[in-house]
Design a protein around this ligand. Structure first.
Ligand code: SF4
Ligand code: SF4
Length: 117
């Protein structure tokens, strides 16, 4: 699948944003953040949000993804740009298992995975 075609852009006040445990900036939720959403990852289990205003392009999430470690091309650099005009990331929705390892790894709270009911 061409995952770039599955990307939907948004700008939002993420009152629902999951702050990384190490992040102490509680004022984050007062601001608006740009990003994009990839719907139906993990066989439709979840929606995947990337906040490009927060992603610094460090690649830690890509290194942590268990599907990448298993040799698949799951979480990769995308054509979208992040905070420093470096590439942001996007998962292949058909390979991603919505495990959340990437979101938990990101030191900048740039990824959120929202489970569907
Ligand atoms: S949710 Fe899991 S499988 Fe999906 S991109 Fe993140 S680390 Fe990889
Ligand atoms: S989403 Fe987070 S961990 Fe992944 S490249 Fe961006 S800043 Fe780094």
């Amino acid at each position: 699948m061409d995952k770039e075609k599955t990307i939907k852009h948004f700008k939002t006040n993420p009152s629902h944003l999951t702050l990384h445990p190490t992040r102490k900036d509680n004022k984050m939720t007062d601001k608006q953040y740009k990003g994009y959403k990839i719907e139906g990852v993990g066989k439709g289990k979840a929606d995947y949000y990337v906040y490009t205003d927060l992603c610094k392009g460090c690649g830690l999430c890509i290194a942590k993804c268990p599907m990448n470690k298993a040799g698949k091309k799951c979480l990769q650099w995308s054509k979208e740009v992040g905070l420093y005009q470096t590439p942001a990331v996007a998962p292949d929705p058909e390979i991603c298992i919505a495990c959340g390892a990437c979101a938990m790894t990101c030191p900048d709270s740039a990824i959120r995975i929202e489970r569907r009911q």
